[in-house]
Design a protein around this ligand. Structure first.
Ligand code: PLP
Length: 237
């Protein structure tokens, strides 16, 4: 499958970004939050460097990719021109790609199991480097979805922070597509509060305003910026 997005030609990335920023500002104001406290993670997966450049030229610096290999091909060249980019991994990570992911990404949002936590700790000890980490919670307890079950979250968060001393700054979730997202966002916030974690990465193109009203610090938006993708979330091309 090609990286190329057929509809991207019709998409005005700068205009989409302006609309989204306006919506972020309004959602934040509605709950007395500062929009400066909300980071838009531009989800550039499947979109080629030329389209990503459109968002960079519009001033965006925080991007999300879901595959290590794709990011390794796309980003080194872009980072030469835009050195202050912050790159987030938002897709599932196999342990055997952890080393490369830790080198490529500034933030890994998808720490979703004990084995991966131990791998990060071992590689951190070996290299002296670890990106910022968010723990992914399977907030709707969906069997097909990655993430820690909410019932196991407290123990896992403690293990990561206290036993492994990993740089955990927050939590991430993807609510079930066919359910009202607000209660799921609220639950993520509660778990984060119990551990004093400031970052809550939640909300995508369809529900980022709701997520902001429910306390999101990071919203991950792809389609509303770049247009439709050739493959969908969770599917590996
Ligand atoms: C693809 C993806 C997004 C962006 O989804 P859109 O609906 O295109 O905004 C957000 N988060 C994750 C984890 C994703 O994989």
């Amino acid at each position: 499958m090609s990286d190329h997005n057929e509809s991207s030609g019709d998409v005005d990335i700068a205009a989409n970004l302006a609309t989204i920023q306006h919506n972020i500002d309004e959602a934040a104001a509605a709950v007395n939050r500062q929009s400066a406290d909300i980071t838009l993670v531009c989800v550039s997966k499947t979109h080629d460097a030329a389209h990503v450049r459109g968002a960079l030229e519009a001033g965006r610096r925080v991007f999300g990719e879901n595959r290590v290999q794709e990011a390794a091909e796309k980003w080194p060249g872009l980072k030469q021109d835009f050195s202050d980019v912050e790159l987030h991994l938002i897709g599932p990570l196999q342990s055997n790609k952890a080393r490369e992911a830790m080198r490529l990404f500034d933030v890994i949002e998808t720490l979703d199991r004990p084995k991966l936590a131990r791998t990060f700790a071992r590689l951190r000890d070996e290299t002296g480097h670890c990106p910022e980490l968010y723990i992914q919670i399977n907030i709707g307890q969906e069997p097909q979805k990655a993430g820690i079950d909410p019932a196991d979250a407290d123990a896992f968060i403690r293990e990561c922070i206290e036993d492994l001393a990993l740089p955990i700054t927050g939590l991430m979730c993807i609510p079930p597509v066919d359910e009202e997202p607000a209660p799921h966002f609220a639950l993520l916030g509660k778990i984060a509060d119990r551990h004093g974690l400031k970052v809550r990465s939640m909300g995508m193109s369809g529900d980022y305003e709701c997520a902001i009203r429910m306390g999101a610090t990071h919203v991950r938006v792809g389609t509303a910026i770049f247009g439709h993708r050739a493959y969908n979330i969770g599917e590996n091309a």
